[in-house]
Design a protein around this ligand. Sequence first.
Ligand code: SAH
Length: 214
Amino acid sequence: MEHDPYERMRLAMVEHQIVARGIHDPRLLEALRSVPRHLFVPPGLEREAYGDAPLPIGQGQTISQPYIVALMTALLEVGPDDRVLEIGAGSGYQAAVLACLAADVVTVERLPEVAAMARRNLDRVGVKNVEVLVGDGTRGRPETAPYERIIVTAAAPQVPPPLLEQLADGGRLVAPVGGREIQELVRVVRRAERFGYEHAGPVRFVPLVGEHGW
Ligand code: SAH
C-alpha cells in the first residue's frame, strides 16, 4: 500500500471520536479508517480534516463532523446489496463512506460547483460506485427509486414527502429535521405504507433548500 502520512490521524480519529462514543460496527469502522478524509476538504485544511468538528467547504457549505457522519451511517445500517440515495453531496465524503458499505450510491447536490467538487474528490480517491447529480434533492430521484436507504445531510422542517415515497419497503431513512438553527436527527423505518419515526439526538446542519425544504 502507498504510504499515507494521514493514516495515523485517521486511525486516531476513529478511536477517539467514534469508538469512544459507542460506535462499534466493524464494517463502518473499516470504512472510516479507509476513506482519506483529508482529500475531501479544501486545500490548506488537510491537517484539520481529522479534527472533531465540521469544516467549511466553500459556497457556505460544510463537511460534517466525523462523528455525525459515523452516527448517521450507523443509524442507516447499510447492507452490501443496498442502493443508497443521499441528498446533499457536499464534499462527497459521506458518499465515499457509504460507497464502501453499499452496492451503489446516488447523491444529489443543489449547487453545481459543489457537485463538481464532490465528483472531483470521489474520482481522486478512486470511488467508482457513486453517481453525483445536480438538482433539487427534496424531490428525490424517482427514475431509479426505490432505495433501501436514504440519507439527507441538510436540514428541513420535515422529511420531504417524495423521499418517503421513494423509500423501499423495509427501508430506512436518516435526516436532520427541525428549525433553521438546530434540529433533531430522525430515523424513519418503512413497513409497507407505515412509517415509524425514532429520534437520535440534536444536530446542527446547513439548510435543505428546495421545493420540499426551506
Ligand atoms: N454530505 C456532505 C455534507 C453536506 S452539506 C459531505 O459529506 O460533505 C449539505 C449540502 O446539501 C450542501 O452542499 C448543500 O448545497 C446541499 N443542499 C442543500 N439543499 C439541497 C437540495 N434541495 N438538494 C440537494 N442538495 C442540497
